[in-house]
Design a protein around this ligand. Structure first.
Ligand SMILES: [Zn+2]
Length: 499
């Protein structure tokens, strides 16, 4: 930014007035709606890390000061960390059953961006005034593709009226459109697919979910055209790459480089496996060359997906470097054999895949370009623990116990980095991920000495511990570690094409 002398003077006067106003406000008798007193306030953008009082009016942060301030509701948070609310770009739980676990893990915003959501307009409508935390989703390329195909379009529309009944469970919808995954798409249908994607972007979709890993036979030309479409619109693509290997990561980065499409690579840990160093090197190099690419990981050595998906097509043991016994069936917790694998693959269901090394996860967390995202699964008692514990696990295991990264860096990877990643595609994210005057009052308050994940592979889901308060849009929805019943302050997050 260049300032002329006159502009500099105006800027100085503006800053002075703002400062004077701040001082005046701090010392006035103004009664805030909520005041947080005595907490260690950490804001990764301004690098603030100090004991301050925070005043909230309506849904915004209105004051951050060392002076005493008064509120209608005052919470003494001495000894606790006051951080921006955690933002998760990657969840598959789309209802309050999962949101309550996310809330206890410190989340104030949870978005389904990898797969996207089917019937997006209706889903956004269905969540209005019912969500515990902020919600949103991308446009689902596999769904809009299926819906564009002559062979399926009637059955897809019937799906909403007859089968869905307000239940957006990902596995149900996944199965309903699965026959289309191996069909090629005609030119006319491709045009219809792009029209469908545009319509769902206009319904508020945050970019495009492109999980080609579930449609791995997709023609490279079709994929390139999807990127070209996204590049023209500057619509962010969220990609689960074609196969868990470096070639597939290169394909995604190449398509982004060739088309200008911004690209977010989901769960780099389970996509690169033992080659995570190479994958992270490629992402760093791409960024240095001005390619708009980002990535994320979850802090666990196991992955999780649907057993009926193409990921388990013939050759999976070689592709993934694992065997039957490395698969854990979520419905019962049992490890699979050749026989049970074949039986369950026919019925379908969720499986946990024990396939990564602890060192790979440490490497991913330590890398400056990764942000934290859970890939949280739909609720099931024995669902992958990342569904409930991702963010607390980073703070407990990787910050406090193993000191892989420091606390401020961890908070940045959970708040500012995801907010900044989205702000060009979902402008309302400019007000999130920050503890600053004017920012949304999405705030997570935790005990740094005890915060930890409690969900496990053996015992299943459990609320994380040490998250004491969560404030969503200026409403306290977790208090003294407990859900405040009967309030739903979660608001929709929409993409920039919303009409
Ligand atoms: Zn995935």
């Amino acid at each position: 930014m260049k300032f002329s002398p006159m502009k500099s003077l105006i800027f100085f006067i503006f800053i002075f007035c703002a400062f004077a106003a701040t001082k005046a406000t701090a010392q006035s008798n103004l009664l805030y709606d909520i005041v947080l007193t005595g907490g260690r306030v950490i804001d990764p953008e301004t690098k603030l890390d100090a004991v301050k009082n925070v005043g909230i009016i309506n849904n915004r942060i209105a004051q951050i000061t060392s002076d005493p301030i008064k509120g209608k509701q005052e919470l003494n948070v001495t000894g606790l960390v006051v951080a921006p609310g955690f933002i998760d770009l990657h969840v598959h739980g789309r209802s309050n059953a999962e949101q309550e676990y996310q809330l206890h893990d410190g989340l104030t915003t949870a978005l389904e961006l990898e797969w996207g959501i089917e019937f997006l307009q209706q889903w956004y409508d269905s969540r209005k005034s019912k969500a515990l935390i902020n919600y949103g989703a991308s446009v689902s390329w596999p769904f809009e593709r299926c819906k564009a195909m002559d062979k399926y379009k009637d059955s897809v529309n019937n799906l909403y009226h007859t089968d869905l009944r307000g239940d957006w469970k990902i596995d149900h919808l996944f199965n309903a459109i699965r026959p289309s995954y191996t069909d090629t798409i005609s030119a006319a249908e491709t045009a219809q697919m792009f029209a469908n994607i545009r319509a769902s972007l206009a319904a508020g979709g945050i970019g495009i979910g492109v999980p080609i890993g579930y449609l791995p036979k997709t023609n490279p030309g079709e994929m390139f055209n999807v990127y070209r479409f996204a590049g023209e619109l500057h619509a962010l693509i969220f990609s689960h790459v074609r196969e868990p290997n470096i070639n597939s990561i290169q394909e995604a980065i190449a398509d982004a480089a060739l088309t200008g499409a911004p690209l977010h690579l989901v769960h780099i840990n389970s996509m690169s496996l033992g080659n995570i160093n190479t994958a992270l090197d490629m992402i760093a190099s791409a960024k240095q060359r001005g390619i708009d690419v980002s990535t994320e990981l979850y802090p666990y050595t196991a992955a999780s997906t649907l057993l009926q998906s193409a990921i388990f097509n013939d050759g999976w043991q070689e592709r993934l470097g694992m065997d039957y016994n490395d698969l854990q069936w979520v419905a019962t917790g049992e490890r699979l054999t050749k026989q049970t694998f074949e039986a369950y693959r026919k019925t379908g269901g969720t499986v946990i895949m024990h396939l990564m090394q602890p060192a790979w996860i440490k490497t991913g967390i330590a890398d400056p370009n990764t942000l934290i995202a859970s890939d949280g699964m739909p609720y099931a008692p024995l669902a992958h623990p990342r569904t409930a514990g991702t963010f607390s696990r980073v703070l407990g295991k990787y910050v406090r116990e193993e000191q892989v990264i420091d606390l401020t860096t961890a908070i940045e990877k959970m708040t500012l980095m995801p907010a900044k990643r989205l702000e060009n595609i979902a402008p309302m994210m400019r007000y999130k991920g920050r503890i600053q005057v004017g920012a949304d009052a999405d705030i997570t308050i935790f005990t740094p000495a005890t915060v930890s994940d409690k969900a496990s592979f053996d015992k299943g889901l459990a609320f994380s511990e040490g998250i004491e308060y969560v404030i969503v849009n200026g409403v306290v929805v977790l208090k003294n570690g407990k859900t405040v019943p009967g309030i739903f302050p979660g608001q929709p997050v929409y993409g920039k094409f919303k009409q």
